[in-house]
Design a binder for this molecule. Structure first.
Ligand SMILES: Cc1cc2nc3c(=O)[nH]c(=O)nc-3n(C[C@H](O)[C@H](O)[C@H](O)COP(=O)(O)OP(=O)(O)OC[C@H]3O[C@@H](n4cnc5c(N)ncnc54)[C@H](O)[C@@H]3O)c2cc1C
Length: 410
């Protein structure tokens, strides 16, 4: 059988290539970077993503990776706690921060054990090869040309393959930037890791302890909004959002700041994820907002469904035209199976973001909530909880059956 090519070794591409290789299909994974050592855009795994990993047979391996559980979610307005909710909120497993680099490396090591798997890192894909309107392979930046029965584009939110294939992306108007930075964690947060959402004076930010044990801060900036000046100015600005104990910690550690990195957040959905010979998955098909940690989880769930249908299609036909037709049909089915969940998650993310924006830009509302905290806190908590179940667990179900159940931590 002709090879399947997967482009991009993020969560979507690696998870897909691994499953295809474990099923014995000839698969080549192409990655632009030489290594996984880059600053990652988050490590948050929801029960929905953990379930996908378990169904791929990776539950045990995930347990062995560097990670940190989230103990609770807490919401702070003008430095005062409005409410907090403990994990796991009725789910079997709590949300976890699993080091993404370690997760990708673990998947790669496992794929490398499969004789049908080929790994090619350090050279980006430059363009798609087309024959009679069908994608038949890729050309690499070093000039090599690789033919394939199917190309799967898992090359992230600014997907070159999506652009090359002429597949549009409907972006959400309200793009935002995120100032993303780390510093040593306060002992109090190392012990009780709460994912803190901080709203004050027109700004919104988050703070939590990542899998490495460092305090990870994310500060939402509107496009064009200038970031605080370097030096201690950033610490003062961030401290203004935080409760007193965190503000003191930020000021004390201002010089140890790593970053800050300004990340452009693009959110959107491609109306079509496939054309003959090509399928898009993960952020390439639907760049996700960082709100409530959905992108890795959706990418893993895309890959799980895609693997099931592509393996079935590949086994149903031998080489040639019939195989191509079966793969194209599978790609259409994958898009149809995955789109409803992705759409639902993006809608819920939008609601969360809109609520945060409204709160951060309405001083009277913030003052009212702070003054009436004992009454307002439980009410806002109930409203917030109402949309957390799907954001944590995904939509029921449409996933293939489990190969191994996840063991809930004791
Ligand atoms: C600040 C921030 C924090 C986030 N936090 C979380 C979180 O905690 N939890 C969560 O679930 N989601 C989070 N997300 C979203 C998440 O990062 C993405 O949705 C997720 O990484 C998408 O996975 P992917 O495999 O589709 O793409 P990516 O992870 O973007 O991987 C794409 C890969 O393709 C490679 N590539 C690109 N172009 C080419 C090319 N031409 N040739 C070959 N290779 C190429 C890239 O090098 C990369 O390795 C966050 C996002 C942001 C911005």
């Amino acid at each position: 059988m002709k090879r399947l090519i997967v482009v991009g070794a993020g969560p979507a591409g690696l998870a897909l290539a691994l499953q295809l290789a474990e099923a014995g299909l000839p698969v080549t994974l192409l990655e632009a970077s030489h290594s996984f050592s880059r600053q990652f855009r988050g490590d948050g795994l929801m029960p929905s993503g953990l379930e996908a990993l378990a169904r791929m047979g990776l539950a045990q391996r995930v347990e062995e990776l560097p990670q940190r559980p989230i103990h609770s979610w807490s919401f702070w307005i003008e430095g005062q706690q409005l409410f907090h909710v403990n994990e796991p909120m009725g789910a079997l497993v709590p949300c976890r921060l699993v080091a993404q680099q370690a997760l990708l490396e673990a998947m790669l090591q496992r794929a490398l054990r499969q004789p049908s798997f080929r790994w090619q890192a350090g050279t980006p894909v430059q363009e798609l090869l087309l024959r009679n309107q069908r994608v038949v392979g890729v050309a690499l930046a070093d000039g090599r040309r690789l033919e394939a029965a199917l190309v799967v584009g898992c090359d992230g939110r600014r997907s070159r393959l999506r652009e090359q294939a002429g597949l549009a992306l409907q972006t959400e108007a309200a793009e935002l930037d995120l100032l993303w930075f780390q510093l040593p964690a306060p002992p109090r947060m190392l012990e009780h890791n709460s994912f803190m959402t901080l709203v004050a004076g027109g700004s919104i930010a988050s703070a939590f302890v990542g899998p490495s044990g460092a305090l990870q801060l994310g500060w939402v900036l509107q496009p064009g909004q200038s970031a605080p000046a370097a030096g201690s100015a950033w610490a003062e600005a961030f401290a203004a959002l935080a409760p007193g104990w965190l503000a003191d910690h930020l000021r004390a550690h201002a010089t140890q700041l790593q970053g800050p990195q300004r990340l452009g957040v693009q959110v959107g959905l491609a109306p079509r994820w496939q054309r003959p010979g090509l399928l898009l998955l993960g952020d390439a098909a639907h760049p996700m907002s960082p709100v409530r940690a959905q992108g890795i989880n959706m990418a893993l769930r895309d890959s799980l469904v895609a693997a099931e249908l592509l393996i079935r299609a590949a086994r149903s036909s031998s080489d040639g035209q019939r195989l191509c037709q079966a793969l194209d049909q599978a790609c259409r089915a994958i898009e149809a199976r995955r789109k409803p969940e992705v759409r639902a998650m993006q809608r819920l993310q939008r609601q969360e973001a809109r609520q945060g924006h409204w709160l951060s830009h309405t001083a009277l509302l913030r003052q009212g909530l702070v003054q009436c905290r004992p009454l307002a806190g439980p009410l806002v908590r109930r409203l917030w909880m109402a949309r957390q179940r799907p954001l944590r667990e995904g939509l029921a179900d449409g996933l293939p059956p489990a190969r191994l159940a996840f063991t809930p931590p004791t």
